[in-house]
Design a protein around this ligand. Sequence first.
Ligand code: ATP
Ligand code: MG
Length: 649
Amino acid sequence: MVEPELSNLSHETRTFAPPPELAANANLTAQAYADAKEDRIGFWGKQAERISWAEPFTEVLDWSDAPHSKWFVGGKLNAAYNCVDRHVEAGLGDRVAYHFEAENGESEDITYADLLGRVCQAANALIELGVKTGDRVAIYMPMIPETVVAMLACARLGAPHTVIFAGYSSQAIQDRVQDCGVEVVITADGANRKGKPSALKPTVDKAMENCPAVRKVLVVCRTGQEVAWNDERDLWWHDLVSKQPTTHKCEFFDAEHPLYVMYSSGTTGKPKGVLHTTGGYMVGVSYTHWAVFDLKADKDVYWTAADIGWVTGHSYIVYGPLANATTSVMYEGTPDTPHQGRWWEIIQKYKVTILYCAPTAIRMFMKWGEQIPAKFDLSSLRLIGSVGEPINPEAYMWYRKNIGNDRCPVVDTWWQTENGMILISPLPGVTAGKPGSAMTPLPGVVAAVYDEAGKPVDKGGAGYLVVTEPWPAMLRSLWGDDDRYKNTYWSRFPGVYFSGDGAKLDEDGDFWLLGRVDDVMNVSGHRLSTTEIESALVSHPAVAEAAVVGAADALTGQSIEAFVILRESAHGGGEDVVKQLRDHVADQIGAIAKPRSIMVVPDLPKTRSGKIMRRLLKDIAEKREPGDSTTLADSSVMDLIQANLAGAK
Ligand code: ATP
Ligand code: MG
């Protein structure tokens, strides 16, 4: 049976044209789309000039063994050389690579010349530990400069890194270390979090009980807290790294040499070890960072306010910005330490011009209130971006008005761990943005929305988001599980990449992301997206965040169950708010979308990138024991919700 199409419910019509001055000086014009369309392969060949090749490639793309791609065939390069050395050689050694801001307010400016010295020292240290090209190194670290140094040192040696988000449990470390065959782990004694040291090493120690293959654990002293020590295995970073020479002559590797393995967030199931290689990835992240953020490397101060342990941190804190010789901000702490204006204070201090963050953060700021950013000077900003989830139109409007001063374009960027680089996004100097739409595939990227049968839907239709042509930063496989790679991404619609996300095309042909296909609800024969109902809830002034799931229902197939966090200004909640919200949804999108129940909760279960784990809420709605929660950013949230619901009964 062919399932009915995903219903297309919301009708957002606001648009915001690029500011004329930005458009007049933008890195890209509409011509980029035309060039890429005319000769897509030639277009990517041209973008590869952004990277320094020790040996030139002979072919841009080899797709003869699809779905395995080879990009920039025969080319040789070193990712760390491209991020650091070449800028110092070009006379940019004094440029700041990172303004590092610690949670406690201490700060440090690290120039490209400093970074080069530190990366060489760390690379020499890893050599002393016996790390060779091809060996895997795990990194479980706070948001500190040594994390970037460690990643680049690995890249320099051709030793793929796997960065594990520092909030994860020892079980998560163990799974990744074992899956990836890691022999050396880099960590820290602890991290500064919410004004207190929080331990990291004990979590690694516990994981190591089941990881006999790990020979060495290199430990950065960050908090100075007491740690247990295994003399045979553990070494202090300051003992080993500081004594090393600050120079190291790098080798150049094949374009397809593995750069890193990043495990996906596990929002929908068991994390996948996504493999990225060197040449295509570097071309993809450097091009998209320059194009989407309209980056002017000699003027901008750029800040991706995300964790390095998420792909966004890899591509847009480390590899993309550094390849482009950018000055970035790197921040160690949480947005509310020591006060709720911390981010805005940082923007004011460094005159940040470009901010990139996740909708979950924006909704949290909405919850705290617009009076907080209003106290700071945000006039340096010229462009603001969003990533990680569909941005609700209300959150987009709030962000645009209160952070972007109604002046900065918002770039809503759609991509995944697997994509390596942004694939769908407005171009700030070209595209008129629409709140809630990621707009169109970037130049050189070809995407479509397919129906159940694998036919592209027309304008106005909805279905499955697919990428129909390979792109340079695409994943090459899943680590150690090529069958899962083929099945997960390439079997639903033969020959094209299936993203797992639902999307609709509006009458202009612009893309609107509708959430995971797994999350699509089937209510009395209508296929409804969680995203649209959530956005309708968030558009009510009492609501800060909303999550919607479909629970099995004998009568209707599924019923819509909503969980909401109220804004600070709307406390009390109760029956009255719930009724108002149900009516509001009916009013905004139609009676069919009205949630059967709405539960007011203090928090929602989220991954490290702020994505709501709907499958856990579905377990609650269907009155089951919640499933695997090892990749939750904060594992106490589920207990809090259940206690809250029990109390409300
Ligand atoms: P897993 O695949 O293990 O379940 P995950 O998909 O949550 O984990 P990521 O690769 O970090 O891990 O997230 C990619 C997903 O994030 C996309 O598939 C999409 O659902 C969502 N996403 C990211 N950016 C956007 C955006 N701008 N608009 C809508 N959705 C987005
Ligand atoms: Mg995914």
